[in-house]
Ligand binder design. Structure first.
Ligand code: NAI
Ligand code: MG
Length: 486
């Protein structure tokens, strides 16, 4: 069993406490590795390294071209190591190996995208009405604290690290305690890729003991967080004391809306894919399925029938379409929501008992509730597992009203062949991402982030690097005379 170390200032380092956290394979419930149980003193060491790398040393003098080349090397290395990394990701998170391979491809693409973008960060000349040159320059934000979740471990690290490196910032990244392994493997590529010590530091540990001190730290300039709404709210409050820049991606309860004129087969497929991909452990999961009344019964029936054919299995088997949930904690949480659902709605498929085929592992069958109101707990609260709530609507206005009646606003999808209706819906939906006749496709070129309590700030694309930049106004007076006021 491998015992990992922290990565601080370009070196693997022991944790201060000397204690370790177990890391599990959720399909066997057994421990597969150990990582340091980080504490505040580890955070302080990592932040000091990131601060020094930002303030002085080679990184502070690096050119955008150099940063781009480093990012290209990291992308290439991820592609080369994909078989090993995907296996580790799949074992540790429970996600099907085929999905893990996709995720790693996306992680490499993210590094490539920001490799190219490093040299495209430009300032402006501002047309001020004086004999002066007014410039706005883009500069890196400083030290970024990055806290990520367990559902897409290395991909979430890529979304955070790649734009920060391209911008010239330095990073202290804290992976989720459940899934730190691929990020720690990735740390071993950094020196070889030419990244100077201290630019990227990786701290493992629990949220309270490593995440919270990172958020409080006065030398950290920005926090980028993806995770639960509860922790996101605590981070905003804690970051206020030092006026840190904060970006948050907090998941949601995204509506997937089906009008009667949508292609029926594509609709059923899209409803299932939207909510069950990655075991439903997806921030943008289409967990509220809104269906026009005239097709509602047929829709629920077809969805349930097809859900029963989804292949649950060991994550490393290539035919597996759904693995176990990530942890005992998440398993218990999801099953308790299913029990809540049984009191609020009718069950069309699945349920909270472990499927008979498995004696071990945090497996939950694709679960579909119907005849349920949008005010039910299972319609309002993020479950983050394979649990769908199918809600009927009577017309377009009703659909939009139900869709927007949520504290969240990360994503939404609309299925219809009527382009006029589609456009009305696109405008009316209060969500950061709207898909039409599809759900979940995600591209590094396009902005990612939510409205309302799904967070603020945008990742990916040019928006993603902007969050790691400050804007500096420079005024160069071209008059040689005194100002002449006094
Ligand atoms: P969480 O929000 O507690 O954990 C996410 C990350 O934040 C982890 O790295 C964790 O160590 C860190 N963290 C926890 N407490 C912290 C604190 N006080 N200060 C700083 N960092 C802290 O999420 P958890 O407990 O793993 O999952 C609970 C629920 O959160 C899920 O059921 C789901 O609803 C939601 N969630 C949403 C995600 C998204 O993609 N938006 C991802 C993961 C969870
Ligand atoms: Mg938590």
């Amino acid at each position: 069993m491998k015992r990992y170390k922290l990565f601080i200032n370009g070196e693997f380092a022991e944790g201060h406490s000397g204690k370790f956290l177990p890391v599990y394979d959720p399909s066997t419930e057994s421990v597969i590795a150990e990582v340091p149980d980080g504490d505040e003193s580890d955070v302080n060491r990592a932040v000091a390294a990131a601060r020094a790398a930002f303030d002085s040393g080679p990184w502070s003098q690096s050119t955008a071209q150099e940063r781009g080349r480093i990012l290209f090397r990291l992308a290439e290395r991820i592609r080369k190591e994909t078989p090993q990394l995907a296996e580790l990701e799949s074992r540790n998170s429970g996600k099907p190996i085929v999905e893990a391979e996709y995720d790693l491809g996306d992680a490499a693409t993210c590094f490539e995208y920001y490799a190219g973008m490093a040299t495209k960060v430009v300032g402006h000349v501002n047309p001020v009405p004086d004999n002066a040159l007014s410039l706005s320059l883009k500069e890196p934000v400083g030290v970024a604290g990055q806290i990520i979740p367990w559902n897409y471990p290395l991909l979430m690290a890529a979304w955070k690290l790649a734009p920060a490196i391209a911008a010239g910032a330095t990073c202290v990244l804290k992976p989720a305690e459940q899934t730190p392994l691929t990020v720690l493997e990735f740390a071993s590529y950094l020196n070889e890729a030419g990244l100077p010590p201290g630019v990227v530091n990786i701290i493992t540990g629990l949220g309270e003991t490593t995440g919270a001190p990172l958020v409080r730290h006065p030398d950290v300039n920005k926090i980028a967080f993806t995770g639960s709404a509860a922790v996101g709210k605590a981070i905003v409050k804690a970051a206020a004391d030092t006026v840190k820049r904060v970006t948050l991606e907090l998941g949601g309860k995204s509506p997937n809306i089906f009008f009667a004129d949508a292609d029926f087969e594509a609709a059923i497929d899209g409803a299932l894919f939207g909510v069950f991909i990655n075991q439903g452990e997806v921030c943008s999961a289409g967990s509220r399925i809104l269906v026009e009344k005239s097709i509602y019964s047929k829709f629920v029936e077809a969805m349930a029938a097809k859900a029963k054919t989804i292949k649950l299995g060991a994550p490393l088997e290539r035919e597996t379409k759904m693995g176990p949930l990530v942890s005992k904690e998440q398993y218990d949480r999801v099953r308790s929501y299913i029990d809540v659902g049984k009191g609020e709605a009718k069950l069309a498929s699945g349920g909270s008992t472990r499927p008979a085929a498995f004696t071990k592992g945090y497996y939950v069958e694709p679960t579909i509730f119907y005849d349920v109101d949008n005010s039910a707990r299972i319609s309002r609260e993020e479950i983050f597992g394979p649990v769908a709530t199918v809600i009927p609507f009577k017309d377009e206005a009703d659909a939009i009203k139900i869709a927007n009646d949520s504290p969240y606003g990360l994503a939404a999808a609309v299925w219809s062949r009527d382009i006029f209706r589609v456009f009305r819906a696109v405008k009316a939906l209060r969500a950061g991402i709207v898909w039409v006749n599809h759900m979940q496709p995600t591209y590094v070129e396009a902005p990612w982030g939510g409205f309302k309590q799904s967070g603020f700030g945008r990742e990916l694309g040019p928006w993603g690097i902007e969050e790691y930049l400050e804007t500096k106004q420079v005024h160069i007076n071209l008059n040689e005379q005194p100002i002449g006021w006094y």
